[in-house]
Design a protein. Structure first.
Length: 487
C-alpha cells in the first residue's frame, strides 16, 4: 500500500473533472466527497474505473449543475427512485473510452429482517460512511476547494489497509444481517486483495451464513465469478468454506471436502486438490471458463467414490459423472447455458485423457483421437491437465511432466502433418453403398470405422486412394463384391 499525503492526493486527483466537481459543489453550497472503491484503489495502486461521489445534499442537483457546465460532451442519467445520477464524459486519460461518475446524496439506512432493501433517509457524511460494508471501503476524500484532497477516515480504514484486513465499520453481525450480500463481498475482497478477514468479522460470517438465502442468485454468481477471477482464487474458496457459506451456495464443491481412511489407506482431500489445480490454472490464464473447468474437473468424485479391497479408494468414471453434473450446476448457479457450458462439460469429460496417454506409451492413434475430440480446445485441455498434476512425490511428478512433454510434441507433430481437428473420413457411406449396390446397413459403419482406425493408427496414409483400396480389401473379407470390378 502506498502512503498518500494531502499533496500527493492532490496530484493523484489532477484530472480536471475532480476540480470541476468541487467547483460545482462550492457553487451549490454543498459538501462533496469521493468515496468507496475509487479511494481504496488509489491507496492500493489498483486500476479503478467507476468513480463514486457522495454529496451532503442532493446528488442529482450536483450532477445537473455539472452537466450544465460540461455541455454536450457530458451525458446525464438520473435515477429518481434511487436518488442517484450518473454523468459520463470522454476520459481525460486520452483513451478512447468514457468515464463515469456516480452522484448520490449522503444517506442513512435502516433495515427490516426479511429484505436487503433498506428504508433510506437523508443523512450526514458519517451516517453514509458507517453504512458501508468495510472500513477500507469507507474512506472519503473531500473535493470542495478549501478542503480539496483531505482524507476522511472515520473507521481506521487506512490502518486496516496497511495491515491487509477486511473489517466492518460497525458491529459485523448488524452489517451482515442487514445485507447478507456483504458476506460474499467480504470473501471476494479477501480473495481479490489477498487480505485477511479480521477475527470478529469472520466469526460474524459464521453466525450469519444462513442469511445468504435471501440474496438473489444473480448477485451471488457475480461475486463468485470475481472470486474465481482473483489472482489466487483458493483464498476465496477456503474462506467460503470457513464461513460455512460454501455448502449453502455450492454444495457439490463442499462435498469434495474431507478425507476418509479405511484399513490405513486415505484418499486425498479433493477440495484442496481442486483449489491447487484452480490456482495453477489461474497463474497461466485469466479465462473465466477455463477456471470454472478447473473448479469442476473432479466434481464427480464424491459420487463415484468406492472402496475396493484390492485397489483401495477408486473414483472410476468420475470425469463422465462430473461432465453430467456441469449443466445442472450451471443452471442453478445462473451461469450461461450456451457454448461456454459445453466448453466446460467437454474439458471436465476429457480431463483424464492426456494423463492416461502420458501414463502409457504415447501412440499416434491415441493422440489423434484426443485431438479429434478436443478440437480447438486442445491447448486449454492440456493446460488443465498439467495443472492437475499436484503430486507431492517429486519423482512421480517429474515422470508425468516428462510424458506430457512427449504428448505435446506428438500433438504438434500430428497437427503439422494432418489437420485432425477437422478430420473427415475420406470414405463416405454413400460411396460404399454405390460401390456394392447395397442399402444402409451395419457393414457400412464397420467399414468406415476400419478405415478410420487404419488412418489414425498410421497403417495407411490419409488419402482417398489408400482409403478406398483398404476399404475394398476389408469388404472382401466380409464377403462383399463390388458391382463393377475396380482396378
Ligand atoms: P469493485 O467496483 O471493485 O467491485 P467497489 O468497492 O467499488 O469494488 P462497488 O460495488 O462499486 O464496489 O461499490 C462502491 C462502494 O459502495 C463500495 O466501496 C462500498 O463503500 C459501497 N457498497 C457497495 N455495495 C455495498 C453493500 N452491499 N453494502 C454496503 N456498502 C456497499
Ligand atoms: Mg466500484
Amino acid at each position: 500500500m502506498r502512503d498518500i499525503g494531502r499533496e500527493q492526493m492532490r496530484e493523484l486527483l489532477s484530472a480536471p473533472v475532480f476540480r470541476q466537481i468541487g467547483g460545482a459543489a462550492d457553487e451549490l453550497g454543498v459538501e462533496c466527497f469521493l468515496v468507496g472503491g475509487y479511494v481504496r484503489d488509489l491507496f492500493l495502486e489498483r486500476p479503478s474505473k467507476d468513480i463514486d461521489c457522495v454529496v451532503v445534499g442532493s446528488g442529482i442537483a450536483l450532477a445537473q449543475a455539472l452537466k450544465a457546465k460540461m455541455g454536450r460532451k457530458a451525458h446525464l442519467s438520473v435515477f429518481r427512485n434511487f436518488g442517484t445520477a450518473q454523468l459520463t464524459f470522454p476520459s481525460s486519460a486520452g483513451e478512447n473510452g468514457r468515464q463515469a461518475v456516480e452522484f448520490v446524496g449522503a444517506r442513512r439506512e435502516s433495515y427490516s429482517r426479511d429484505s436487503r432493501k433498506p428504508i433510506v433517509e437523508d443523512g450526514t457524511l458519517e451516517d453514509d460512511l458507517s453504512r458501508r460494508d468495510f472500513t477500507i471501503n469507507a474512506l472519503a476524500v473531500c473535493l470542495n476547494h478549501d478542503r480539496f484532497g483531505e482524507l476522511v477516515d472515520l473507521f481506521e480504514g487506512l490502518l486496516d489497509m496497511e495491515d491487509g484486513l477486511i473489517a466492518t465499520p460497525l458491529d459485523p453481525d448488524t452489517t451482515f444481517s442487514d445485507d447478507p450480500l456483504r458476506m460474499m463481498r467480504c470473501v471476494r475482497f479477501a480473495s481479490q486483495l489477498r487480505f485477511r478477514i479480521e477475527d470478529e468479522t469472520q466469526e460474524a460470517l459464521v453466525r450469519n451464513a444462513e442469511r445468504i438465502k435471501i440474496i438473489s442468485q444473480e448477485r451471488i454468481i457475480d461475486e463468485l465469478n470475481k472470486i474465481v477471477l482473483s489472482p489466487r482464487p483458493s483464498i476465496g474458496f477456503v474462506e467460503l468454506s470457513r464461513a460455512g457459506l460454501l455448502p449453502l451456495i455450492f454444495p457439490e464443491l463442499a462435498a469434495l471436502e474431507g478425507v476418509e481412511v479405511r484399513n490405513g489407506r486415505a484418499h486425498k482431500d479433493n477440495f484442496y486438490h481442486t483449489l491447487e489445480v484452480l490456482d495453477n490454472v489461474a497463474q497461466r490464464s485469466d479465462d473465466l471458463y477455463l477456471r470454472w473447468a478447473a473448479l469442476l474437473h473432479d466434481i464427480g468424485k464424491p459420487r463415484s467414490k468406492r472402496w475396493e479391497p484390492q485397489a483401495g479408494w477408486t473414483f472410476k468414471n468420475h470425469n463422465y459423472i462430473g461432465q453430467k453434473m456441469v449443466a445442472p450446476i450451471f443452471r442453478r448457479l445462473k451461469l450461461p447455458l450456451d457454448e461456454r457450458l459445453h466448453y466446460v462439460e467437454k474439458l471436465v469429460g476429457l480431463h483424464m485423457r492426456p494423463i492416461a496417454i502420458a501414463d502409457e506409451e504415447v501412440t499416434d492413434s491415441a493422440v489423434r483421437r484426443l485431438l479429434f475430440e478436443a478440437g480447438e480446445d486442445i491447448d486449454d485441455l492440456m493446460m488443465l491437465c498439467e495443472a492437475d498434476i499436484t503430486s507431492k512425490n517429486a519423482e512421480r511428478k517429474h515422470r508425468f511432466l516428462e510424458n506430457f512433454r512427449l504428448v505435446r510434441e506428438k500433438l504438434a507433430d500430428l497437427q503439422a502433418r494432418d489437420n485432425y481437428r477437422t478430420w473427415t473420413n475420406p470414405i463416405t457411406g454413400e460411396e460404399i453403398m454405390q460401390t456394392f449396390g447395397i442399402g444402409p446397413c451395419r457393414q457400412i459403419g464397420d467399414l468406415k470405422q476400419a478405415v478410420k482406425d487404419a488412418i489414425w493408427e498410421s497403417r495407411i496414409p490419409n488419402t482417398h486412394e489408400a482409403a478406398r483400396a483398404y476399404m475394398l480389401e476389408k469388404a472382401g473379407e466380409m464377403g462383399l463384391e463390388p458391382l463393377t470390378p475396380t482396378d
